[in-house]
Design a binder for this molecule. Structure first.
Ligand code: PRT
Ligand code: ZN
Length: 286
């Protein structure tokens, strides 16, 4: 009998599209009716549950789901019995403390005795106690950033990505409590067959993440530039080099990392590379 695992993702919200895209890029054929609470996958032994993100750690602790995709902030806040298996490189944000722009911040002691509004009481309380600050927390579930403006709190602890919500509410970010991104979490112990399925999924996710982080690069260069160019873009093993129909010139094919892409291109040009083509990679298996 085939084992089926259950993977919980957010039903709707900021993690929903990124989670589905990652699973689809990993080759899972998922049909997605907006109103569905669960769906099976045609070509992979997994059933997908669509839930509120806050509930996912509990479902995994209770073993109703085996794996899930949530923000690291939710994992830390809920503090359930789950293991963080993989960071997924999307929905990046940070949980930060912000105070009115009109106040002068002089360090953590500013928060002493103050009232802080947050939807993340567990993480905020730990941050304050780690820093030996006594402050009272006011837990609210949404629109946290308006709390100082309406006199509900002196400061807030909330998620920030671009910072524009803070700015439009007259707040300044003064402390970063934690960095967060979407993560794959799982039950701390899995039966062997379920672990096997998780390993298969992780292998595919690695291929997708590598492909997203790298580009295929083709260029022409004088033969004497090959050693220098190879030292900058060594590729997965070594570059492919083919002679051009022009004496003393070659075509070189390799991969280049997204993070230092422009810096590498500048170096390659300075070594004499010409006709540089950069192409997205669909999957990359090391
Ligand atoms: O309905 P459900 O409970 O499932 O969803 P939700 O409303 O609780 O969560 P949702 O969809 O808003 O966010 C899901 C996850 O996305 C969060 O737990 C984070 O891990 C991640 N994420 C990434 C963010 C942001 N970026 C983000 N910017 N979550 C919320 N925000 C909000 C923030 O609270 C603030 O109101 O966006 C505003 C700030 O954005 P900037 O760009 O103006 O700084
Ligand atoms: Zn939520």
């Amino acid at each position: 009998m085939n084992t089926l695992v259950r993977l919980a993702i957010q039903k709707s919200g900021r993690l929903h599209d990124g989670s589905l895209e990652l699973l689809r890029d990993s080759g899972l054929k998922i049909s997605n009716g907006k109103e569905q609470l669960k769906t099976t996958v045609r070509n992979f032994p997994v059933e997908i549950l669509f839930l509120r993100d806050d509930d996912i750690p509990q479902y995994i602790e209770d073993r109703v789901a085996d794996f899930g995709i949530v923000g690291e902030n939710v994992v830390a806040e809920k503090n359930k019995s789950v293991q963080l298996v993989r960071r997924l490189d999307f929905a990046k944000c940070r949980l930060s403390i912000a105070i009115p722009k009109t106040k002068t911040y002089y360090g953590l002691n500013w928060l002493e005795g103050k009232n802080i509004a947050t939807s993340y009481p567990t993480i905020t309380r730990k941050f304050l106690s780690d820093n030996k600050i006594n402050a009272s927390l006011h837990e609210i579930s949404g629109s946290v950033e308006i709390a100082p403006g309406i006199g509900l709190a002196d400061a807030i602890c909330d998620l920030v990505s671009t910072g524009s919500t803070l700015m439009s509410n007259g707040l300044q970010e003064v402390e970063t409590v934690m960095q967060s991104e979407a993560v794959l979490i799982a039950s701390p112990t899995l039966q062997a067959e379920k672990q096997n399925i998780l390993d298969k999924l992780l292998f595919r996710i690695s291929a997708v993440q590598n492909a997203r982080n790298n580009k295929y690069i083709l260029l022409n260069c004088p033969d004497e530039a090959i050693p220098k160019i190879t030292s900058v873009i060594p590729g997965m093993n070594s570059p492919t080099i083919m002679p051009l129909n022009k004496k003393g010139w070659s075509s070189l094919h390799s991969v280049v990392n997204e993070n230092d892409f422009w810096e590498r291109i500048d170096q390659l040009k300075s070594f004499g590379a010409e006709g540089i083509l950069v192409i997205p990679i669909e999957k990359m298996i090391a």
